[in-house]
Design a protein around this ligand. Structure first.
Ligand code: PFF
Ligand code: NA
Length: 454
């Protein structure tokens, strides 16, 4: 153990760690996915369930995951093996780390394709393509891009290469730098967009859509999606946060970090939703438009608003950066495992993984054109299948096992030392972690399994 510690990098400060973890959490999940799944699932009631999932399941699992990382002091596979050993538990816990390694690679394969869309839109914005663009035109040009696999492949390749270039450099010089300026920038632009949203005349309608729950619109399926998304958006259940926690030193507060991560992530998702639905309603668009929602609405806003060229260009640049700071955390579990347990040099491991992920991504690229009608799981394209298996099965399963380890297996002494909570909060936390979170996850998880077979 002592030796392992010596060879590990660590974050240069608590603030940097929080920013990197926020960088992992805040990404396409907030800006692209949250608005579109909220639109598809009827708004308010879905948002409420989602918020409950963040608070009752997401936050406790996030804290558990950070604890496991810091206590395990290694890549996820080795960290779980270490912890199982010191607790005389079954050695099979290493599989929990492996689940994360695999989920990260699978998610990254489609995440990179979607991030590629933002690259395309960044370039369009620079060229002034959005100026005075009508809502209908925005939909047409989005579809033109989507159905052109060569174009998507190009953008996907760019994102994959950028991701590998950043991670191959290592923790401090690679990851930390990008994030310092990105998070505040993204937040400021969302505020500018929020200002624009209030001028569309549909801001109130958008607000009501997000915050007036109409439970008649809530399906059981929507509850499953909300919970899966809570995992996806907080980057939990697949050991990305575990790896980040493993680079955290013992003086820093896990609880404080966790609360900041969950808060920032939720705030940014809600702001993105408010902005996007204002534009949707002002232009008579469909809230349930699906994965294209972000890309069919914002160009309209940028094309009309004052300074739209500037803000649009900056916005898509920030989306790319937000996606990159998440992408690097998606690959870090696999990368740190290959490095530490297989003795492969970081750069070499990064490029090899990059090739595998890039190849897998081609399946997602084709899901929008040539393979549009090729179904894998139920009526799901390859993209939908990968999204479903990772978000709704692998992440909840990972999160469940993590909370079980911290709640039931880990020694109370180690746990309390990691958490540093007052007795009352500790009690509440443990109650939630022992009973509420695992039971909720199990119910949802079981019905996902049933659903995936139907
Ligand atoms: N949390 C990221 C987002 O919301 O875009 C996606 C993600 C990153 C999921 C890292 C999982 C992960 F490990
Ligand atoms: Na997120």
């Amino acid at each position: 153990m002592g030796q392992l510690k010596l060879s590990r990098e660590s974050w240069s400060s608590q603030t940097v760690f929080i920013l990197a973890a926020i960088g992992s959490a805040v990404g396409l999940g907030n800006l692209w996915k949250f608005p579109y799944i909220t639109g598809e699932n009827g708004g308010g009631a879905f948002v409420l369930v989602y918020l409950a999932c963040i608070l009752l399941i997401g936050l406790p699992v996030l804290l558990s995951e950070l604890i496991l990382g810091r206590a395990g002091q290694a890549n996820p596979v080795q960290a779980m093996a270490n912890l199982a050993k010191t607790h005389n538990a079954t050695r099979l816990w290493w599989l929990l780390g492996l689940n994360g390694v695999l989920a990260g690679a699978l998610i990254l394969s489609f995440y990179s394709v979607i991030a590629g869309w933002a690259v395309a839109y960044f370039i369009s914005s620079v060229q002034g393509d959005f100026i005075n663009m009508a809502a209908e035109q925005a939909g047409v040009s989005f579809n033109a891009m989507l159905t052109n696999p060569w174009e998507l492949l190009l953008w996907h390749t760019i994102v994959a290469v950028l991701t590998i270039m950043i991670v191959s450099k290592g923790i401090r010089s690679g990851i930390e730098k990008a994030i310092n300026f990105m998070m505040p920038g993204l937040f400021l632009i969302l505020l500018v967009l929020l200002g624009y949203a209030t001028t569309t005349g549909s801001f109130e309608q958008s607000f009501a859509f997000l915050f007036n729950p109409d439970f008649s619109k809530l399906s059981w399926q929507a509850v499953l999606i909300a919970m899966g998304h809570a995992f996806f958006t907080l980057s939990i259940g697949m050991s990305a946060m575990m790896v980040y926690g493993s680079y955290l030193d013992n003086k820093q507060s896990i609880v404080k970090a966790g609360i900041w991560i969950a808060f920032a992530d939720t705030l940014i998702a809600l702001l993105a939703g408010l902005v996007i639905f204002s534009i949707v309603f002002a232009n008579g668009l469909e809230p349930g438009a699906g994965p294209g929602l972000l890309f069919q609405t914002l160009p309209v806003a940028f094309g009309q608003m004052w300074g739209g060229w500037f803000f649009g260009t900056l916005f898509f640049a920030l989306v790319i950066m937000a996606a990159l700071s998440s992408a690097i955390s998606l690959i870090e579990p696999a990368l740190s495992w290959l490095q530490q347990n297989w003795g492969i040099a970081r750069a070499k491991a990064a490029w090899s993984l990059g090739v595998i992920i890039w190849l897998l991504g081609i399946g997602t690229v084709l899901s929008f054109s040539n393979w549009e009608n090729v179904y894998f799981l139920g009526e799901r394209t390859l993209f939908d299948t990968l999204d479903f298996i990772t978000t709704n099965i692998m992440l909840p399963l990972g999160g469940l096992l993590m909370s079980v380890f911290v709640a039931w297996v880990m020694s109370a002494e180690l746990r309390d030392q990691q958490l540093q909570l007052s007795p009352l909060w500790l009690k509440l936390f443990l109650f939630d972690l022992k009973w509420i979170a695992p039971v909720a996850i199990m119910i949802v998880f079981a019905s996902n399994l049933v659903e995936s077979n139907s």
